[in-house]
Write a protein that binds this ligand. Structure first.
Ligand code: FES
Length: 250
């Protein structure tokens, strides 16, 4: 049975270049067919990667968390997701296993910490003191603030490609400049992913595909409607004043 490793990292802020470097190191250390994905942000989701590896003929796949520390919440979440993937039609004949938390390897931790003793530390001689850059003072002028969840559980539901879709639809509608789009980590309603919160309206939407995303952009942002069938939540402060008062009156 052909074996492969799927490295998973939680590296929201990692640049593409740094991720490529990490992938190259992981793949060369694996000594077997391997690939690497990150659980959040953009790129193939865990489900997509498993589907692809199965289609390539791997009958045994180890999912290996990579990174120290690896978020404990993800370690607790992964077994159920992997079991869910195996329960999907046709996947039960793939042997799937979850590798250990790398932080359990004391030697590996010691090796990482040994970086403190390496001779090539960066000198701060001549570096100008500063806490930020001039451009980091004022937010851009925007009308709509879109908080787009790219957390790992929304990524399972397609949030990675959703972020691209949304940007394309905003540009196609000519309103990209009016929107501040912020990618976020988990904002709670993971089971509904991909999700987006729109402020100052306080409305939260589930946008499962391009058609829904286009309708949200055109009907809500351009035309000023609400697309009620896509909306699943309204923030308390944005609800009708009498309802809000009822909820906040002791
Ligand atoms: S991961 Fe998106 S709401 Fe939790």
């Amino acid at each position: 049975m052909s074996f492969a490793v799927l490295f998973v990292v939680s590296a929201h802020a990692l640049s593409k270049r740094a991720l490529d470097r990490l992938e190259a190191a992981a793949l060369s250390a694996a000594h077997c067919p391997a690939r690497l994905i990150r659980l959040e942000d953009t790129g193939p989701s865990l489900i997509d990667a498993l589907d692809a590896m199965r289609a390539e003929g791997f009958g045994r796949i180890r999912v290996q968390p990579l990174g120290v520390p690896f978020p404990e919440g993800f370690l607790a979440w992964l077994p159920g997701v992997l079991a869910d993937w195996r329960a999907r039609g046709g996947n039960h004949d793939t042997a799937l296993e979850l590798g250990p938390d790398p932080a359990r390897d004391a030697d590996a931790l010691r090796n990482l910490a040994a970086a403190a003793l390496l001779p090539d530390a960066q000198s701060l001689q001549g570096v100008a003191p500063r806490l930020g850059k001039p451009g980091w003072t004022d937010p851009p002028d925007f009308e709509f603030h879109l908080l787009v969840c790219t957390g790992p559980r929304c990524a399972i539901h397609g949030a990675a490609s959703f972020t691209h879709l949304l940007k394309e639809e905003l540009a196609a509608a000519g309103i990209a400049e009016r929107c501040l789009t912020t990618r976020t980590g988990c904002i709670y309603p993971c089971n509904r992913g991909p999700v987006l919160a729109l402020y100052p309206h306080g409305h939260w939407y589930r946008l499962p595909d391009r058609a829904a995303t286009r309708r949200f952009v055109r009907a809500v942002l351009v035309a000023g409607g609400t697309a009620d069938d896509l909306r699943f939540h309204t923030a308390r402060a944005a609800r009708a004043p009498d309802q809000h008062q009822q909820e906040t009156t002791p």
